[in-house]
Design a protein around this ligand. Structure first.
Ligand code: BGC
Length: 745
């Protein structure tokens, strides 16, 4: 056996070698064992199904998920390797979404960095820790474009834009997998949820999705395509119906787009129980029919609904399925196990994890990621940064000392928080000051979710009575009254965003805004720090609270990173990856809309609503700094270019303020006319740069067919029009520095 496995970047000969080994394995495997490779066993108590050991022993499992126990991994692997008929090792999988032990900012926050190094470095550490624990495969990155902040899972993705989303997708794949998946410090990534999940009706989780092919190809699919290009090993099909066909049984998605058009050679796992769920969804007649639909659609692995192991032998006997169709689905699973080197090294060193998680650079990268992810939304009169000489600071709010809200979503399966809260971070920054704290009334969901019962460490206290809440409100006011400076930490708890965490309103939950108003009325300087996993309509704060920092759910070092920014050790440079609506009912709200016959400023302009315009509170791409920047000298290398050819666009960015800071130069285009109508603005380039005071840097972008083409409804294919473009470069999606470009045949 060839011991040298080279992973994703394999030469033809080693690809051939892998294929040869797969062929040899298939030859000795029974039909039941082949089917077993397509079965992912749930290793947690909440997952129904036959006992894991029994399935593994008879070769009936290809992978195990929802287990996070290094010793147990080795025990189960030993059964697979030594007791099952063909000794094929298992893949252990878990949701390592933004960190394993060291937690990084949630993906929406990482996208706010507009710096692909942030997710790449963070997911590199996540992979290293997870592999040391014995995991091989993460269910990330989550690549669902979402333009409706009511959808709870917006927190797991990169926001509303396909261009930014694609950059973050590729960076995460590089982070998890590196360029060699035989590297024992890397893990398999999984691009999910394929596809359209972020577009559920009304932002309601799991609800059906209706998307035209044009929307799919131009908006939803680009991050997935970027993940394929970056070498992602696996995909996960989404739960919901896409245009009336469940994504897990959707041949067009899984066979036509993913494999035929994009040449994806890895394997696809369903979302949890999604194959059997096709019966509940009213698509499949019964479980057997569901299995058949999954297989025929090209879905390789059934996540824990056991329809494949239950039904496939029967389907073969009935002549509805050929063994060769099963083998086609098994092949990429075996190939990845071979490429990872699992046959040679199936076990994990049980002493490794302790050493790996103790590495100080992991926490440093977490702090750096969090610093780069935060977005300064307001800073009237330069209230921030605060002085470190402050003597008496009150930290107020239900999230100020919440480990859960600081770490954010997906802290499941035995995760032990090791987090620095905002309160702790501020106290560490001001050792000589009196830092008082009062949480105010608690916040909680009106309707709890199923997940609350299974989240580790989430044994929630009984709800506060109205009297207790009032006492907490008054105590918070007292604490604020006694201080010289107030820092309010408000937003949403970890379980208010994420799966099954959609909401109709985007207001601050509970009595938080009332408390904010009451504290502001005391006349003290107030800074608002937001911890949340989705845009919130903080309209009142945006007018009345002088300084607002969007800290998202910043992870293990989040409290330190907040304090670094509040007290000026770090100058914030993050930008919003999603528009902030003024109301939940304005969703979906996004910048890349098409023009209409009645655009703002036209003689026949009609407001879209008569009860408040749906203009964002903060636009896409927006974020402030402690310094100021100026964009000038916008140049396009040629005013005219042929279809298929490229131009360069350059701009000078100058730091016009007094401190060093980061700016993100953003390039937007608008196709003025053509085969189809195109959005009034589309992001087509960005770069985050650091500038010293009075320093100027030139930023250069390439604009070519990749950026100028689109999927056309009228043409039914990808096209590039000979037409005219507006080009803007600036600090956000409202940039005004403008140039023209003509594209000719
Ligand atoms: C989620 C997926 C996740 C899977 C496994 C599902 O409920 O939709 O995102 O990867 O569970 O935990």
């Amino acid at each position: 056996m060839n011991k040298k496995r080279t992973g994703m970047k394999m030469s033809i000969s080693s690809d051939k070698e892998v294929a040869k080994r797969v062929k040899a394995l298939l030859k000795k495997m029974s039909l039941e064992e082949k089917i077993g490779q397509l079965n992912q066993v749930g290793g947690a108590d909440f997952a129904p199904g036959p006992k894991a050991e029994d399935q593994i022993r008879k070769g009936g499992a290809g992978s195990v998920l929802w287990l996070n126990d290094t010793k147990r991994f080795n025990e189960l692997q030993k059964i697979a390797v030594e007791e099952s008929p063909s000794g094929i090792p298992l893949l252990f999988a878990l949701d390592v979404i933004h960190g394993y032990h060291t937690i990084f900012p949630v993906p929406l926050a990482m996208a706010s960095s507009w710096d692909p190094n942030v997710p790449e470095k963070s997911q590199t550490v996540a992979a290293k820790e997870a592999r040391a624990a014995g995991l091989h495969w993460t269910f990330g990155p989550m690549l669902d474009i979402c333009r409706d902040a009511r959808w709870g899972r917006i927190v797991e993705g990169a926001g509303e834009d396909p261009y930014l989303g694609a950059a973050m997708a590729a960076a995460q794949v590089r982070g998890f997998q590196g360029n060699d998946i035989s590297n024992p410090e890397r893990m398999l990534a999984c691009a999910k949820h394929f596809a359209g999940y972020g577009y559920s009706d009304g932002g309601r989780d799991y609800d059906p999705v209706y998307l035209s092919e044009t929307q799919l190809r131009n908006i939803v699919l680009p991050p997935f395509k970027a993940a394929v290009k970056a070498g992602v090993a696996t995909f996960m099909s989404a739960y919901m119906d896409l245009n009336d066909v469940p994504a897990s049984g959707n041949r067009w998605l899984l066979r036509q787009v993913l494999r035929k058009e994009w040449g994806f050679g890895g394997f696809v796992v369903s979302d949890a129980f999604a194959v059997a769920n096709m019966v509940i969804q009213g698509h499949a007649r019964d479980r057997l029919d569901a299995a058949l639909r999954g297989i025929k659609a090209g879905l390789n692995m059934d996540m824990s609904s056991y329809t494949y192991t239950e039904g496939m032998v029967k389907l073969v006997k009935n002549g509805l399925l050929k063994v060769s169709e099963i083998e086609e689905l098994v092949r990429p699973i075996l190939a990845l196990k071979i490429k990872m080197g699992l046959f040679e090294n199936p076990y994990v060193d049980e002493g490794l994890l302790e050493k790996v998680i103790a590495l100080p650079e992991h926490r440093q990268i977490s702090r750096w990621s969090a610093q780069r992810s935060m977005v300064l939304l307001r800073n009237e009169g330069g209230l921030l940064p605060l002085s470190k000489d402050l003597k008496n600071v009150a930290v107020i709010g239900p999230l100020a000392d919440s480990m859960e809200a600081t770490e954010g979503s997906w802290m499941v399966f035995g995760h032990k928080p090791a987090v620095v809260t905002v309160l702790q971070g501020i106290r560490a920054k001001l050792p000589g000051a009196q830092v008082t704290y009062s949480p105010g009334p608690e916040i909680r969901r009106d309707i709890p979710s199923w997940f609350e019962s299974m989240m580790a460490g989430e044994v929630r206290k009984p709800a506060q009575s109205p009297e207790e809440a009032e006492a907490a409100f008054q105590a918070a006011l007292e604490t604020a009254r006694a201080a010289d400076q107030v820092i309010m930490v408000l937003g949403e708890t970890d379980l208010m965003a994420g799966e099954a965490a959609s909401r109709a309103s985007l207001d601050l939950p509970g009595r938080q805004e009332e408390l904010l108003k009451a504290v502001a009325a005391l006349g003290k300087p107030v800074v608002l720090v937001l911890l949340n996993g989705r845009p919130l309509s903080v309209n009142w704060a945006a007018e009345h609270i002088p300084a607002i920092l969007e800290a998202w759910e910043p992870g293990t070092e989040g409290g330190h990173a907040v304090a670094d920014i509040l007290f000026g050790d770090v100058n914030p440079g993050g930008k919003l990856p999603v528009s902030f609506p003024r109301k939940g009912s304005h969703a979906p709200l996004y910048y890349a809309r098409n023009l209409t016959h009645s655009p703002e400023g036209s003689p026949m302009y009609n407001p879209r609503y008569w009860d408040g315009l749906p203009v964002p509170l903060y636009p896409f791409g927006y974020g402030l700094s402690y310094t100021t920047f100026e964009f000038s000298n916008l140049k396009v290398s040629k005013s005219k270019v042929k279809v298929g050819k490229s131009v360069t666009v350059s701009v000078d960015v100058t730091n016009t303020g007094k401190v060093t800071g980061d700016e993100v130069a953003q390039l937007y285009i608008h196709q003025k006319w053509g085969t189809d109508t195109r959005p009034m603005r589309e992001l087509k380039g960005f770069e985050r740069i650091t500038l010293q005071p009075r320093e100027t840097k030139k930023v250069t972008f390439r604009l070519g067919p990749d950026e100028l083409q689109y999927w056309s409804t009228n043409a039914g294919k990808w096209i590039q029009d000979a037409t005219e473009f507006d080009i803007w470069v600036g600090a956000d999606s409202t940039a005004t520095l403008h140039a023209d470009l003509k594209v000719v045949n």
